[in-house]
Design a protein around this ligand. Structure first.
Ligand code: AMP
Length: 218
């Protein structure tokens, strides 16, 4: 099992690129944010424990997250995916060390999506998601009017993530710089970090990401 992680602040585009990479390179994409939101909507024990943290823009405690990822990774059977892409995990040094502490889950490459704070804030507060088909849009950068979703779902299910309000978005960016940014040094000092400019268009970022992934596979 080869493990690649996408690192980046909320709104840096790692989720969008992770979906594209999963489609084109056959990665199994695991987004811990999506896993937690599903657990919350299904009111599972993990969902009930995690809800207040997501609602306040804070990180879910490490012991919950590490167990969630360990169970997910060890639960793959027949076929065990060859390539896993972690999107949103690790977010703390303890999480990074937990992955590296076992040979089969050690991270081979971390890709950092570098985006300035003012762009991140604009991206987060303008983000809209269709709760019916899952498509995601932006009030300025990616209007939904011209999309297939506009025809099928008619805009009746467009929602804003509660943690994308301006106040919570700012808080999540602070949490990123305090708790997750130290991971850049962690992976860099181990020769496993690649950086890309995440402020460019989705297509340009994708081209850079593909180059990085390609050279990692050689
Ligand atoms: P995301 O969709 O990646 O922006 O994650 C949404 C929220 O889920 C975060 O603000 C955290 O509350 C929680 N979360 C997701 N991944 C993690 C993680 N690896 N560690 C702690 N909390 C997480």
């Amino acid at each position: 099992m080869k493990i690649t992680v996408f690192l980046g602040a909320p709104g840096s585009g790692k989720g969008t690129q992770a979906k594209r990479l999963a489609e084109s390179f056959g990665y199994r994409h695991l987004s811990t944010g999506d896993m937690l939101r599903l657990a919350i909507s299904q009111k599972t024990p993990i969902g009930l424990k995690a809800k207040s943290y997501l609602d306040s823009g804070n990180l879910v405690p490490d012991f919950i997250m590490i167990e969630l990822i360990r169970n997910t990774l060890s639960g793959f059977v027949d076929p065990v995916p060859k390539r896993i892409l972690l999107d949103g995990f690790p977010r703390t040094l303890a999480q990074a060390e937990a992955l590296d502490s076992q040979a089969e889950t050690a991270v081979s490459l971390a890709v950092f999506f570098n985006v300035s704070e003012d762009i991140l804030l604009k991206r987060l507060t303008g983000r809209r998601i269709c709760s019916k088909c899952g498509a995601s849009f932006h009030t300025i950068f990616m209007p939904f009017q011209a999309s297939a979703c506009a025809q099928h779902c008619k805009g009746e299910h467009l929602t804003q993530r509660t943690d994308d309000s301006e106040e919570l978005a700012k808080h999540r960016l602070k949490v990123f710089s305090e708790q997750t940014a130290p991971l850049l040094e962690y992976y860099e000092s181990r020769g496993r970090l690649a950086r890309l400019d995440g402020s460019r268009s989705i297509g340009q970022v994708q081209a850079d990401m593909v180059k990085i992934i390609d050279s990692d596979q050689k």
